[in-house]
Design a protein around this ligand. Structure first.
Ligand SMILES: [Fe+2]
Ligand SMILES: [Fe+2]
Length: 295
């Protein structure tokens, strides 16, 4: 299906250096354990999660003959493989803190690539994949928002998420196209996939985050206090998730397609900054922040 709208070219960027093995403090997000471990949990979830996305798209690969979509899938795979590679480097940072990275990552891997793949049909799995890809593609709306939710974050980890969010924007419609055009998932299946993902994704983050905070030595009452404050940071008006709500909702509209989303703050700025800084993703992210007047 042709989508004559705002599709960006999918550009896999490889061998990027973020300096994640540098002197990044344990609680790199302004010294705040909840904020740090929230993003660290995401980093632990991405490698098994992205493996799941690639598996669910691969289920339909044999039936696809459209050369454009085949190329998009290839580039989607290359981007996701790089994301996992860099998140594994980030997870090595956690490993050095004594975190049992393999156990936490295996827990998510078993759920998605074991249970989900076994229990659900390829059509339902691609609907969940497409819904999760909707989540990853709207993160950019928060990261590049004027409210500057990443202000207190370490610049290297922040740069990793900036790059990842930009590439998620680039390939945001690939799993969706496979779901609609080949798996023939209709409106109800698509929306049900998002409802499912909207419960499973945050629950999985909090499950992993809880383990990280236990590892940090916080007692139950300390964790509850940190959690209450942290949930407010996420959900309050003007909080981390606020810039995403409007974009999250669009997926429920009949006739929605990810490429229709033309409004993408930060995208052009990051691309230009990446080019101007000789493909250095940390300098690119910092320049993007200056260009968006975030600093
Ligand atoms: Fe990704
Ligand atoms: Fe993705």
């Amino acid at each position: 299906m042709a989508h004559p709208v705002a599709q960006h070219p999918i550009v896999p960027r490889e061998r990027l250096q973020f300096g994640l093995d540098g002197d990044i403090p344990k609680h790199w997000f302004g010294g705040d354990p909840f904020k740090t471990r929230f993003w660290d949990a995401l980093s632990l979830i991405f490698p098994p999660g992205e493996k799941y996305f690639m598996n669910c798209v691969r289920d339909w690969r044999e039936q696809i003959s459209d050369p454009q979509l085949l190329q998009d899938i290839k580039d989607f795979n290359r981007q996701e493989a790089q994301h996992s590679l860099v998140h594994r480097q980030d997870n090595d940072r956690l490993r050095k803190q004594g975190v049992d990275v393999d156990r936490l990552s295996d827990m998510v891997d078993t759920m998605l690539n074991g249970d989900y793949r076994r229990r659900y049909s390829p059509g339902y799995n691609i609907a969940i994949t497409s819904a999760l890809e909707h989540f990853t593609s709207i993160i950019a709306h928060s990261l590049f928002d004027k409210r500057d939710v990443m202000k207190e974050a370490d610049h290297r980890v922040r740069a990793m998420y900036a790059w990842h969010a930009i590439e998620e924007v680039e390939h945001k419609g690939v799993a969706y196209d496979v779901m609609v055009d080949y798996a023939k998932v209709g409106y109800v299946g698509r929306v049900w996939g998002l409802v499912h993902a909207s419960v499973m994704f945050p629950m999985t983050i909090f499950r992993v985050q809880r383990q990280l905070m236990i590892h940090d030595g916080f007692s139950l009452s300390q964790r509850l206090k940190l959690m209450a404050k942290g949930l407010w940071w996420l959900l309050k008006p003007g909080g981390v998730l606020a810039p995403m709500y409007r974009h999250y909702i669009t997926y429920y509209k009949p006739g929605y397609h990810p490429w229709q989303e033309a409004e993408q703050p930060g995208y052009e700025e990051w691309l230009a900054a990446f080019e101007q800084n000789g493909s250095d993703p940390v300098k690119a992210a910092e320049q993007t922040r200056r260009d968006l007047a975030l600093v």
